[in-house]
Write a protein that binds this ligand. Structure first.
Ligand code: NAP
Length: 285
């Protein structure tokens, strides 16, 4: 029997509808959450992501600013803009779209953002807070996945979870959030030996690799929940995930499609973090 499809678009729409009500209530109290997005250079995919973030803000009634800077932008100019936004009372969240063009130091840029406005949760302070389980913002993609699992009534506690990928943006925080939810977690990467043996143990398998159709049916335990984070182009230039969707859906119990799975949840979590930041800023004024 084919796997149940975990519909990221539908879950995202329901979370956004709830957030819209929250934003409405905040605006009635005179609080308008604000997000500033900075994009440097002319990478097409990055511009598409930024457009979607702006659209998401508009749908919910969140104030947004997009700062488009040329690829020749110098570090001092970027840091100066972040410094201005850090003290701008209209702005609750600041996001710098990554990757940055060569020559700009991503780490320094992220660390320049006030941790209270770091709605991507990439700064050292916020990563540390996630590690100890005492956080304000959760990283957007992993938190979106946890929300997807909850909406699909997938129990995480006590489950064997395998995450393929150990990036700071997806793999590592994903493993951390699954552990906080009381799963037993294994992280795999490019040096993992006997990868298929490990992945076949997974009740919940998360693929965050960046290689089209890398996870094949023989790597999946029958009935497993398979979460596909990948955003790749296949040989025909079509968007595809890290999972060989057609083959794996015949073996898995539930699966996220690409597009329409994890992607929409990432922006939804960003919007949620912006609303959380606005509430905290207002409470501390
Ligand atoms: P990344 O930084 O390139 O990390 C990829 C990870 O995959 C690394 O840890 C790497 O291992 C591991 N890996 C590579 N080849 C492997 C192999 N043969 N066997 C096992 N592990 C292997 O990528 P990322 O930023 O985490 O992103 C992963 C994918 O998710 C990309 O397709 C990206 O576009 C997508 N993504 C989607 C969203 C969304 O909202 N849907 C958000 C973020 C990212 P090593 O550490 O050993 O090199």
């Amino acid at each position: 029997m084919a796997a149940v499809l975990i519909d990221g678009k539908a879950v995202s729409a329901s979370v956004r509808a709830q957030l819209k009500e929250e934003v409405q209530a905040l605006r009635e109290e005179g609080i308008t959450p604000g997000l500033a997005v900075i994009i440097v250079g002319d990478d097409d995919a990055s511009h598409r992501y930024v457009r979607n973030k702006k659209k998401g803000c508009e749908e919910l009634g969140i104030y947004s600013q997009v700062h488009m800077l040329p690829k020749e932008t110098r570090m001092e100019e970027l840091l100066s803009l972040i410094s201005t936004l850090n003290t701008d009372p209209l702005i609750d969240g600041i996001l710098v779209q990554l990757p940055l063009p060569k020559g700009l130091d991503e780490k320094r840029v992220i660390e320049a953002i006030d941790p209270g406005k770091d709605v991507d949760a990439f700064s050292e302070v916020n990563v540390g807070r996630i590690m100890i389980g005492n956080y304000t913002f959760l990283p957007c993609t992993p938190a979106g996945i946890i929300e997807l699992l909850r909406h699909a009534n997938v129990e995480i506690e006590g489950k064997e979870c395998v995450v393929i990928g150990r990036s700071n943006i997806v793999g590592k925080p994903m493993a951390m959030l699954l552990m906080h939810a009381n799963a037993t977690v294994t992280i795999c990467h490019s040096r993992t030996k006997n990868l298929s043996e490990v992945t076949r143990r997974a009740d919940i398998l998360v693929a965050a690799i960046g290689k089209p159709k890398f996870v094949t049916a023989d790597m999946v335990k029958p009935g497993a929940v398979v979460i596909d984070v990948g955003m790749n182009r296949d040989e025909n230039g079509r968007l595809c995930g890290d999972v060989d969707f057609e083959a794996v859906r015949e073996k898995a119990g539930a699966i996220t499609p690409v597009p329409g799975g994890v992607g929409p949840m990432t922006i939804t979590t960003l919007l949620k973090n912006t609303v959380t930041a606005a509430k905290l800023h207002h409470a501390s004024r």
